[in-house]
Design a protein around this ligand. Structure first.
Ligand SMILES: [Zn+2]
Ligand SMILES: [Zn+2]
Ligand SMILES: [Zn+2]
Length: 180
């Protein structure tokens, strides 16, 4: 698979400004929440639209440089896919909350659904491959067996940087796709 994120990085970055406002209206019916980005350092999907400094497992802070602007479905709007994804109030990554708190770059106790600074996370829904939506989409997303975040891997193997150490691990992961 070719990672095409670099090719349209400029256009993707422009879309962030308008997408940011959608977080302020929980409860509103949304086909999907726009404004998610992939961090080029750790390959995790994360929400960049907060005023806070967000830690990255690769060191320093997450970056949105060169990323597509992805759309993630809100669980309450239904549809196919896997439920129980949340955004972490500390590292802002999308992580699967159905098993454990995972491992977080900013909290030794794992990912959190809320913090003093960030209100309670929504539930999200992520589509499985194979599927052929009419909208633009990208394959190659997996959940990490060690930290539980959604991350991009063009080869389908370990990639990025994990809060548990080393690369994110694809073991036993479903294959997911994201719309952008
Ligand atoms: Zn990162
Ligand atoms: Zn976290
Ligand atoms: Zn990981």
């Amino acid at each position: 698979m070719i990672n095409r994120r670099q090719a349209i990085g400029a256009a993707a970055t422009l879309a962030v400004a308008t997408a940011a406002t959608q977080l302020a209206t929980p409860g509103t019916a949304l086909a999907a929440q726009a404004g998610w980005t992939a961090c080029a350092k750790c390959q995790s999907l994360w929400w960049p639209n907060t005023p806070y400094v967000i830690p990255c497992p690769a060191g320093g802070h997450h970056t949105k440089d060169g990323s597509f602007v992805y759309r993630v479905k809100v669980q309450s709007d239904g549809g196919s896919g896997q439920n129980d994804w949340r955004s972490c109030a500390t590292c802002q990554c999308l992580w699967w909350s159905g098993a454990t708190a995972g491992r977080c770059a900013g909290d030794l106790n794992g990912h959190r659904i809320s913090s003093y600074a960030i209100g309670k996370s929504w539930y999200y829904l992520v589509d499985f491959e194979p599927q052929f939506p009419s909208e633009r989409h990208q394959r190659g997303w997996r959940s990490c067996a060690n930290c539980s975040v959604l991350f991009f891997t063009p080869t389908g193997g370990p990639n990025g940087r994990c809060a548990a150490g080393g690369r994110h691990d694809t073991a036993q992961s479903w294959s997911y796709l994201l719309r952008y």
